[in-house]
Design a protein. Structure first.
Length: 202
């Protein structure tokens, strides 16, 4: 059995009643995580709590990553037309008030959550200890309520993490250019050109 077959089997088994994914109505906490994370709303108060605890930089970067990742997730879903799991009669699915009919891949909840969580971890590891469990809860809630296939959630987590990593790389490049420009400013009195080189300032 190859990797693709294993993923398909994983997706199919996700609709069955199991210990990991019971068919019964989920715990209210799981339902709340899924509902409040819609549209990335959940991450606004989380960022606020981070800022209040003195982690403003982490909060800002996490929100930016989530804001960038969300439309990317929607863009991918426009390209990948995948039907949602047929689980309308399962109590776990009926627990959610929403009835999405957009493409199942990727889970936009997972995309946004992963971007927020990864950006937080890259900026502040201590803050990540508090945020990561919430990210995982949101991702699990989309499986537990049968709104997505497992591969939708896994794909969403990967996309979100990549967005945050890309943002961090761009940030490091910008800081490197700024540092180089400051160093140039320190030595420019002995140079004929009194401006920051274009290769540095751009």
């Amino acid at each position: 059995m190859n990797g693709e077959d294993e993923l398909e089997e994983l997706d199919e088994e996700s609709l069955h009643d199991s210990e990991a994914l019971p068919a019964e109505r989920p715990n209210p906490l799981i339902i709340a995580a899924s509902v409040t994370a819609r549209g990335g709303v959940l991450w606004l108060p989380v960022a606020g709590l981070l800022a209040l605890s003195g982690k403003k930089k982490a909060a800002g970067r996490a929100l930016t990553a989530a804001a960038v990742a969300m439309p990317i997730g929607h863009l991918v879903s426009l390209v990948v037309h995948r039907p949602r799991p047929q689980a309308a009669n399962i109590p776990a699915r009926q627990a959610l008030p929403e009835h999405p009919d957009s493409s199942s891949f990727p889970s936009k909840h997972a995309v946004t959550a992963a971007a927020f969580g990864t950006a937080t971890a890259l900026e502040d590891r201590k803050a990540a200890i508090l945020v990561t469990p919430l990210v995982l809860l949101v991702a699990y809630s989309r499986l537990r309520t049968r709104v997505h296939w497992p591969t939708d959630v896994l794909g969403g987590l990967v996309i979100g993490a990549l967005v945050a990593l890309a943002q961090a790389g761009i940030g490091r490049s910008a800081r490197a250019r700024a540092t180089a420009c400051r160093l140039f400013a320190m030595v420019r009195p002995v140079l004929s050109d009194h401006s920051c080189p274009s290769s540095v300032s751009e």
